[in-house]
Design a binder for this molecule. Structure first.
Ligand SMILES: Nc1ncnc2c1ncn2[C@@H]1O[C@H](COP(=O)(O)OP(=O)(O)O)[C@@H](O)[C@H]1O
Ligand SMILES: [Mg+2]
Length: 247
């Protein structure tokens, strides 16, 4: 079984996408379906959605409110399950993974910037930022953490608690927390939604630096077309499927 799994992974890794440099497929979503059922209404959010994302790619997702963008990101991040279809990350399907494997996947590979920040109120800014690294029993790269805190302009707020911060400041802490582990995949749900243009641009620089320095793959949901244009590829989620967006 183990050997078969390894072989599948090797075959998968050699499946490259044609291009100037051949790049490695990192995320593959195949025929994804998701319906929310509240008893009265069935809300079919994802309808046979498929998507391939390469290692190191920056992809922006646009789409009307309620179109399922956060749902899609939750699926990729292993926070929710599809009704049918498959999500393959690095050659492994995460669909039927057990809870402990999934949480390991999230801790090791994913940096999630939540739309609602999800900071822990009883922890300081610094403690919130390093929490995933601590949970993972990994070593904290203090110089790197100091650097990202500086880049988001939060150095003087390190010992503050989230309740003392504005929405924009909380969003910046959520961004630093997602990057603290240098994750392979950054899932960013409207990460500049609460920020002014200058701070938003600083955050975008930080996210793009992660792609350059650490080969990170960035999937970013935004309503801001200027930010979407920074991406390698822009897609739009509408009626449960993704369409290419030409601008
Ligand atoms: N856990 C849930 N239970 C029931 N309905 C949900 C749930 N999550 C999202 N929805 C519904 O699914 C649709 C898509 O939501 P969402 O993915 O948050 O959209 P977007 O991020 O594009 O605004 C919405 O109609 C929302 O109300
Ligand atoms: Mg959303």
């Amino acid at each position: 079984m183990k050997r078969k799994g390894k072989l599948k992974k090797i075959i998968y890794e050699t499946k490259c996408i044609e291009g100037k440099e051949s790049k490695q497929l990192l995320i593959e979503i195949k025929n994804a379906y998701k319906t929310y059922d509240n008893g009265e209404v069935k809300n079919q959010v994802l309808k046979n959605l498929s998507l391939q994302i390469e290692q190191g790619e920056f992809i922006a997702i646009l789409g009307p409110s309620g179109s399922g963008k956060s749902t899609l990101l939750n699926m990729i991040g292993g926070l929710d399950q599809l009704d049918s279809g498959e999500i393959i990350i690095d050659g492994n399907s995460i669909q039927k993974e057990k809870d402990d494997k999934l949480s390991q996947y999230r801790r090791k590979k994913i940096g999630f910037i939540f739309q609602a920040f999800n900071l822990i109120p009883v922890l300081s800014v610094y403690e919130n930022i390093v929490m995933p690294t601590v949970l993972d029993d990994s070593e904290i790269d203090e110089d790197y953490i100091k650097d990202i805190i500086e880049q988001i302009g939060m150095t003087e707020f390190c010992n503050q608690f989230p309740s003392k911060l504005s929405g924009g400041q909380q969003q910046r802490v959520a961004i630093a927390r997602a990057l603290a582990n240098k994750p392979k995949i950054v899932l960013a749900d409207e990460p500049t939604g609460n920020l002014d243009t200058k701070t938003g641009n600083d955050v975008m620089k930080l996210l793009r630096d992660g792609i350059k320095k650490y080969g990170q793959t960035l999937i970013l949901i935004t309503h801001n077309e200027e930010i979407a244009k920074m991406a390698d590829r822009v897609v739009c989620l509408k009626n449960g499927v993704l369409e290419n967006w030409e601008g």
